[in-house]
Design a protein. Structure first.
Length: 66
């Protein structure tokens, strides 16, 4: 049986009661991400790939063309 994880909202989430945020939960060997408006859909990863994604986002590698 899978152990329950403790979800935390992103500090960049909009305030109020809306479901417009990203949530993260840490398990012993994995990280779980989900959007609060679709809580049944999770992305499960480990720290290294997530750190690479965050670095890429900060570096502007994923910007769309105008």
């Amino acid at each position: 049986m899978a152990q329950a994880v403790q979800w935390q909202k992103s500090s960049f989430s909009e305030g109020g009661d809306g479901n417009t945020c990203v949530e993260l939960a840490a398990a012993p060997t994995t990280l779980h991400l989900r959007e609060s408006d679709t809580p049944d859909t999770e992305l499960i990863t480990t720290t290294a790939p997530l750190a690479n994604l965050i670095r890429g986002v900060k570096a502007g590698l994923f910007r769309t063309a105008s």
